[in-house]
Design a protein around this ligand. Structure first.
Ligand SMILES: *Cc1c(COP(=O)(O)O)cnc(C)c1O
Length: 226
């Protein structure tokens, strides 16, 4: 068995243990395997092992591998977890089943237009910048409920959940608790929170999906090919 598949099984086991620990239902948490920077050859063993839900953070990178993988494997569910530019909205709606990073009016409007045009219905989450970090995308916590409502009433978009990326150097627990509270206020069910370093914590705070990359695929290499 490859390392990657062993890692996948380990993560699945930890998710099951965290669900039990938190007295949550078995399989109530969806594992989103984050495959950014890894190519089709590295992703295939994970698909062969039965994993079907994947996350990518760049539209263009995802276009380079997933249309081909979808010809070989059925039932793939692809999540966009990186920032979306409005000029990429058409491509994002065409490729992704879940867009987790709706974070401003302009994107909501662009997605609404493409969704009508293409007749597709990706699930949509709003990204919340729980740490108020200037370099990070996401709506401010105080504006989250009103933005979700505006997506519904003004753009006709059904928002299903919230997503956050806590500041790297902080204890993530309070950020997960805040996202859970905001989801209740906004009346949405899904909570995308928790990454390789903190997904078990996130499950304790009610995550319905966790986005796990390096714990499955190993460290990422961002340097350009030599
Ligand atoms: C890369 C990424 C992840 C996965 O991070 P790991 O620490 O490798 O698990 C999760 N969420 C987002 C938004 C990401 O960009």
């Amino acid at each position: 068995m490859s390392d990657i598949v062993a890692n996948l099984n380990m993560v699945k086991g930890q998710i099951a243990a965290a669900e039990k620990e938190a007295r949550r239902d078995k399989d109530s948490v969806t594992l989103v395997a984050v495959s950014k920077t890894f190519d089709a050859g590295e992703i295939s063993p994970v698909l062969d092992a039965g994993q079907r839900v994947f996350g990518e953070n760049r539209v263009q990178e995802a276009q380079g591998k997933w249309p081909q993988l979808r010809k070989t494997y059925s039932g793939i569910e692809l999540h966009l977890i990186g920032p979306l530019q409005s000029n990429k909205s058409a491509d994002a709606v065409a490729l992704f089943d879940v867009i987790e990073t709706v974070d401003r009016e302009k994107i909501a409007a662009a997605l609404a237009k493409e969704i009508r045009k293409q007749g597709k219905s990706p699930k949509l989450y709003v990204q919340v910048n729980t740490g108020l970090e200037p370099q990070k995308a996401g709506i401010e916590p105080k504006d989250a409920a009103a933005f979700v409502e505006r997506c519904r009433s003004h753009h006709g978009l059904a928002i299903e959940g919230l997503m956050c990326i806590p500041p790297a150097e902080e204890n993530p627990g309070p950020h997960f608790a805040l996202l859970e509270k905001l989801a209740r206020e906004a009346g949405v069910e899904k909570l995308s929170m928790g990454m390789s370093g903190d997904y078990e914590t996130a499950i304790g705070f009610g995550a319905t999906s966790v986005r796990v990359g390096s714990a499955i695929f190993g460290g990422r290499d961002y340097s350009p090919p030599a």
